[in-house]
Ligand binder design. Structure first.
Ligand SMILES: NC(=O)c1ccc[n+]([C@@H]2O[C@H](COP(=O)([O-])OP(=O)(O)OC[C@H]3O[C@@H](n4cnc5c(N)ncnc54)[C@H](OP(=O)(O)O)[C@@H]3O)[C@@H](O)[C@H]2O)c1
Length: 235
């Protein structure tokens, strides 16, 4: 197996942490990006190649992170833009954030963090990715970013809009860069802090399936929106 150089944002907990653990176990070179490296004890215990500080909502932090990574490795094969928030993280109640209720500032802030953060991280790492082997950028979206499913689950317009923006950024990246595969991912409804205990998938089940799908992606897949199991998700 070829060892891949992989960056995972938001790898302190949830899906990102589980993906990091599995990929490290498979022998890959994993760099975990977290807001608070000192507090990332579970990630530390998994033995990553590095733990780097990154706040995806802070442009200076993104610049520092990209610089630090460029000083650490000369290429990257996979970037998993996994970190993300819901309106709960911005102090709202996400069940009561439909278009008639939400503070417009919440929509802007959530889109800035969930969509523009990953876009700027990808931009900052583009040279490392261009130097990678069969490079892939996996942008974590959600079924709620789909026009089809989002319309059926109209609770949190800030989250749905931010993930729809992730999808658009993914297809635009795919159409303007033909060297890297850009793929949007619905990771499933997963039992994390965000997904809650009511969710359908256990974290290891989702993370394992996402990794299997991720490892089979090639440039031919660029511009797709996939589910955790690699099947096409409707836009
Ligand atoms: N769980 C689901 O059912 C589900 C469904 C569809 C899509 N998703 C998406 O899947 C991704 C992972 O979700 P999850 O369920 O694993 O969520 P989670 O358990 O709530 O974990 C979120 C992760 O994102 C990090 N994060 C949040 N804001 C950040 C920021 N400003 N800068 C850097 N890191 C930040 C958190 O770091 P801290 O520990 O520092 O807070 C944490 O590592 C998200 O993009 C989410 O939208 C999840």
């Amino acid at each position: 197996m070829t060892k891949k150089r992989i960056v995972i944002t938001g790898s302190s907990r949830g899906i990102g942490l589980e993906m990091a653990k599995i990929l490290i176990g498979q022998g890959h070179i994993v760099y975990g990006a977290v807001r608070n490296p000192e507090g990332a004890s579970d990630l530390q215990a998994a033995g990553p190649a590095g733990i780097l500080k990154l706040d995806i909502g802070d442009e200076e932090s993104i610049n520092n992170f990209c610089e630090e990574l460029a000083g650490t490795t000369d290429s990257l094969d996979i970037l998993v833009n996994n970190a993300g928030i819901t309106s709960n993280d911005l102090g709202a109640d996400r069940r009561q954030c439909n278009p008639w209720q939400i503070d417009p500032g919440t929509v802007l802030e959530e889109t800035r963090i969930n969509a523009l953060g990953p876009m700027m991280i990808t931009r900052g790492l583009i040279e490392l990715l261009e130097a990678g082997e069969n490079p892939v950028v996996l942008n974590t979206s959600s079924q709620l970013g789909s026009m089809v499913v989002g319309a059926l689950m109209p609770f949190d317009v800030a989250y749905n809009v931010s993930k729809a923006a992730v999808n658009m950024i993914t297809v635009m990246s795919a159409s303007t860069n033909k060297n890297i595969a850009f793929v949007a991912l619905h990771p499933g409804w997963v039992k994390t802090d965000m997904g809650t205990e009511a969710a359908e998938l256990e974290v290891p089940e989702a993370a394992g399936a996402i990794i299997d799908s991720l490892m089979s992606l090639t440039i031919e897949d660029s511009g797709r929106f996939i589910r955790w199991d690699g099947t096409d998700h409707p836009w």
